[in-house]
Design a protein around this ligand. Structure first.
Ligand code: SAH
Length: 186
């Protein structure tokens, strides 16, 4: 897993997803070398880069051009540009141009989460997965409701990670924001 400070960042772009959360997402995705991954809301490219290291191809989608540019810089830094197609477009528009998806990662939805899950569900393969990572309390109930309606098998975890920082008297634990990860299997 790439350390957080190995990513190029931009003040107008969220991310990267913290290292320990990337670990969990990659682990739960069970990504395989022939998989096609779509990363909706690629942001800084934290998850795009990790998926690109392991999958066959990644479509990295973001409606913010600065996110697309930052993701591109991080792909270059980690020598992964060839595996990734960058798409500066809204998620729902992007789906029209993608034939098959094994793993749909949703890290941002701009208020369109239900439609993105519904449309994504039509595109994922028969044993495909949809993964949502969320910092908001409103997002998990919405994702869970629509995934249940689509008869997906759900796995929901909420994690609060603290990381040790060396101070004079010892190692002080500093808390990160809690994150919810929702995985739906078709
Ligand atoms: N997982 C990323 C961070 C995601 S931040 C990382 O590890 O770096 C969420 C991103 O979702 C933002 O950049 C935002 O522009 C994008 N986004 C939100 N709604 C979107 C939509 N409907 N279509 C495309 N991108 C969207």
């Amino acid at each position: 897993m790439i350390p957080d400070n190995d990513f190029i960042t931009n003040k107008d772009v969220p991310g990267p997803t913290k290292e320990e959360i990337r670990c969990l997402v990659i682990c739960k995705s069970d990504v395989a070398k022939n998989d096609i991954v779509v990363d909706v809301g690629c942001g800084t490219g934290g998850l795009t880069v990790e998926f690109a290291k392991r999958a066959k191809k990644v479509y990295a989608i973001d409606q913010n051009i600065k996110a697309i540019n930052t993701t591109e810089e991080n792909l270059k830094k980690h020598n992964l540009e060839e595996k990734v197609e960058l798409m500066h477009i809204d998620a729902l528009e992007a789906f029209k141009n993608i034939a098959k998806i094994d793993i749909l990662m949703i890290g941002g939805s701009g208020g369109n989460l239900t439609s993105i899950i519904e449309e994504g569900h039509k595109k994922i393969s028969s044993n495909g997965k949809i993964i949502v990572t969320s910092i908001l309390v409103e997002t998990p109930p919405e994702a869970i409701k629509i995934m249940n309606k689509l008869n997906m098998k759900l796995n929901v975890v909420n994690v609060s990670i603290s990381k040790g920082k060396l101070i004079e008297r010892g190692t002080m634990m500093l808390a990160n924001n809690p994150i919810t990860i929702i995985v739906g299997k078709k």
